[in-house]
Design a binder for this molecule. Structure first.
Ligand SMILES: NC(=O)c1ccc[n+]([C@@H]2O[C@H](COP(=O)([O-])OP(=O)(O)OC[C@H]3O[C@@H](n4cnc5c(N)ncnc54)[C@H](OP(=O)(O)O)[C@@H]3O)[C@@H](O)[C@H]2O)c1
Length: 250
């Protein structure tokens, strides 16, 4: 295979200012794609773009449906990675904050819809394109304190399945990439900047790196056109389920 199998392709990555999105933007651009890197933080985006072979920054909040439509609908994307997402806290449902629920649902579910719909029309007209959703093992197994976050990731999986059916015969590919624990800014956001709690998430175990997930995304994106990778579930070796993590005590 050539070193740049995505040469000439235009890719969109949401949540590209950090973690899995940033690693994916780097990997897709290294493989030859021009990557539109989207997120809310301009400075962080600029840094990611400067580390890519061919990329541009697009400051965009995926919860803003009108802004997504205006920014994305006219561009002929070949690949869209709907990755922007977050969790807030681990409160049980009975103790949860309704404002946190809204933030998580708006970002993880409506944000995916707001991202995908503006690019789909063009993909369907051109008869080619690849939609990749960033799900989670939390969209397959619930855990205590995961309630609303898990619900949003189950929803992402439903959207992936719906797209596969609704795009049948259109020549488009749809993939969901569902990782277990990945060390990113995710836990810092979830625990509202509490470094100690964020670090404790990964104590005594080896999580996936953002590059591990980007590698799976790149693999799916570089299969021959007649091969549609459906679902990729990747776990850290130390994680057997969303509730069973092996941690060394030394
Ligand atoms: N880390 C894990 O263990 C793990 C496991 C399974 C699945 N996931 C999923 O992987 C995806 C990426 O998470 P990550 O681990 O890479 O976390 P991360 O390091 O916190 O990155 C999240 C990205 O989403 C962006 N984002 C958040 N809200 C946004 C909004 N309203 N509009 C635009 N961009 C927004 C953030 O950028 P700005 O703040 O600059 O907007 C950031 O670039 C998420 O969907 C997450 O649910 C993560």
């Amino acid at each position: 295979m050539s070193d740049t199998p995505l040469q000439g392709r235009l890719a969109l990555v949401t949540g590209a200012s950090a973690g899995i999105g940033a690693a994916s933007a780097r990997a897709l651009s290294k493989a030859g794609a021009h990557v539109v890197c989207c997120a809310r933080r301009e400075d962080a985006l600029a840094e990611v773009v400067s580390g890519c072979e061919s990329a541009e920054a697009l400051t965009l909040d995926v919860t803003d449906s009108a802004a997504c439509s205006a920014a994305l609908s006219e561009r002929p994307f070949d690949i869209v990675l709907a990755n922007a997402g977050m969790a807030k806290g681990t409160a049980s449902l009975i103790d949860g904050e309704t404002s946190d629920w809204s933030d998580v649902i708006d970002t993880n579910v409506k944000g995916v819809l707001n991202t995908i719909r503006p690019v789909l029309q063009g993909m369907r007209d051109r008869g080619q394109g690849h939609v990749i959703t960033l799900g989670s093992v939390a969209g397959r197994q619930v855990y205590p304190g995961g309630n609303v976050y898990c619900a949003t990731k189950f929803a992402v999986r439903a959207l992936y399945e719906a797209l596969r059916l609704e795009l049948s015969g259109a020549g488009l590919r749809v993939t969901t990439v569902d990782p277990g624990m990945v060390e990113t800014e995710f836990s810092m956001v979830r625990f509202d900047g509490d470094r100690e709690r964020a670090d404790a998430t990964y104590a005594g175990m080896t999580p996936l790196s953002p590059e591990d997930v980007a590698d799976a995304i790149l693999w799916a994106a570089t299969r021959p056109p007649h091969v549609a990778i459906g679902e990729i579930v990747l776990w850290p070796t130390d994680q057997a389920s969303t509730t069973l993590v092996h941690r060394s005590t030394n």
